[in-house]
Design a protein around this ligand. Structure first.
Ligand code: COA
Length: 193
């Protein structure tokens, strides 16, 4: 049996959870650092589209999906960091299909990438028709969370360790998004006002 989200075998997902903390040797820093596999931050959350979540044509408000995405991503970041985590930004949120009244909304979140105090969390959202069981991908989002210490200041997070091919691809893509985000920030700061 395979995990629908990661494509990994259920046994390997269980094994990853068992090996919750992995010792990781960071050659550049010449220090031993503690890292965590992506699977330690997996979140699966299911909601149902109620009348109060829908617009005049019976499809869900984008803002409602955003709220659920933020919750699933916050739980994922907290599982990784084991610290209070706040949403620093949402890079991209793509709605690719609508969901309707009565659909179940299934959210899958995990940490894609970590830097010093920040983490990118990816969230994949599917709708499910309760009667037919048909599922459709409806949204994908990438959020950056920052872990805070007791004084509310950013604190270091353990490096995430991508293990599967898919996790490695997401890690590399998240690195590119971070680079693009920083480049844009620098460009905007250097714009004449
Ligand atoms: C997010 C926050 C803690 C960052 O604080 P800060 O003083 O700017 O911190 P720093 O400049 O030291 O940056 C800390 C990290 O945040 C990242 N960061 C800061 N602003 C960011 C942004 N807009 N998008 C993505 N990452 C950001 C930095 O890249 C850095 O990451 P790194 O340590 O991994 O390299 C602060 O801006 C904040 O509290 N924002 C409000 C959060 C909030 O209320 N969210 C909504 C409700 S949860």
């Amino acid at each position: 049996m395979r995990c629908r989200f990661t494509g990994s075998s259920i046994d390997s997902v269980r094994e990853n959870h068992r090996r919750f903390r992995i010792t990781y040797y960071n050659k550049s820093m010449r220090t031993k650092k503690s890292g965590k596999p992506v699977s330690a931050s997996h979140v699966q959350m299911t909601e149902i589209v109620l009348p109060s979540h829908t617009n005049q044509i019976g499809t869900i408000f984008g803002g409602q999906i955003m709220a659920w995405i933020d919750v699933a991503a916050a739980i994922s970041a907290t599982r990784h960091a084991r610290a209070i985590c706040v949403t620093a930004s949402i890079d991209a949120l793509h709605f690719v299909a609508p969901a309707r009244l009565g659909n179940a909304i299934c959210l899958f979140a995990s940490v894609n990438y970590t830097h010093r105090t920040s983490m990118e969390v990816g969230v994949h959202v599917e709708s499910e028709d309760g009667l037919s069981g048909t599922r459709a991908h409806i949204a994908t989002a990438y959020l950056t969370f920052v872990a805070l210490d007791a004084a509310g200041k950013p604190r270091e997070v353990p490096p995430v360790i991508p293990e599967t091919k898919e996790e490695k691809r997401r890690f590399e893509e998240a690195k590119l998004r971070r680079g693009a985000r920083l480049a844009l920030k620098t460009r905007l700061q250097n714009q004449p006002r």
